[in-house]
Design a protein. Structure first.
Length: 207
């Protein structure tokens, strides 16, 4: 498998899972997809949206969308380490909040990281980005209230905790989570301390 990504970007969500399962893969750095047109053009050969993570399977099949990849990797490995199996009591809750993260929170970065793609008026972009980030903070507040214990689902570690560990490095940054979403901050701290993922975190968040 080849994982197209960039250290610290959204590809870490899949990179951590591949490492957790002990799967062999090559990491292909894309470069800055916002600043480098040639980087976008190269990735568009596999993903017309030029977004990461993009995972190319040995068959040549391309997978995108981190939630889809999360579920597919669990099927591939026949493991319930990161995804509760069908019929388990946590399954419905896991699916609900995984998709909440990827369909509600994650798009706030898509829209606000480069507002020029969505707002043509330069003077309006700053206000647009701040409104989107404010909405993202509200969504993180909802997620924080739903956290049930040491891990998001309670006693059980899951891929959602990997998402939280990674995304607390992004806006609005860790200090905001410490103050305003302490449950998520605590979960992130535990996820970032897992020896099994230490190399992944070090590659993506050095120092």
């Amino acid at each position: 498998m080849k994982l197209y990504g960039e250290p610290g970007w959204g590809s870490v969500l899949v990179e951590a899972q591949l490492a957790w399962y002990g799967l062999d893969f090559d990491f292909v750095k894309t470069g800055d997809l916002f600043a480098d047109a040639s980087a976008r053009a190269a990735l568009e050969k596999f993903n017309p949206l030029a977004q990461i993570p993009t995972l190319v399977l040995p068959s040549g099949e391309v997978m995108t969308e981190s939630a889809a990849i999360t579920l597919w990797l669990a099927d591939l490995t026949k493991s319930d380490d990161l995804v509760p199996r069908a019929g388990e009591s946590e399954r419905a809750r896991f699916l609900r909040w995984l998709i909440f993260i990827t369909s509600n929170i994650y798009p706030t970065y898509t829209y606000a990281d480069d507002p020029s793609r969505f707002v043509s008026d330069e003077g309006a972009r700053e206000g647009f980005a701040e409104k989107v980030f404010a909405y993202g903070r509200k969504l993180y507040g909802v997620l924080n209230e739903e956290a049930r214990g040491d891990w998001f689902l309670g006693e059980r570690f899951s891929a959602i905790d990997i998402y939280i560990g990674a995304m607390t490095h992004w806006r609005p940054r860790r200090a905001w989570f410490d103050e305003n979403a302490p449950k998520l901050a605590a979960i992130a701290g535990r996820a970032l301390a897992l020896p099994r993922l230490a190399d992944v975190w070090a590659r993506n968040y050095p120092g």
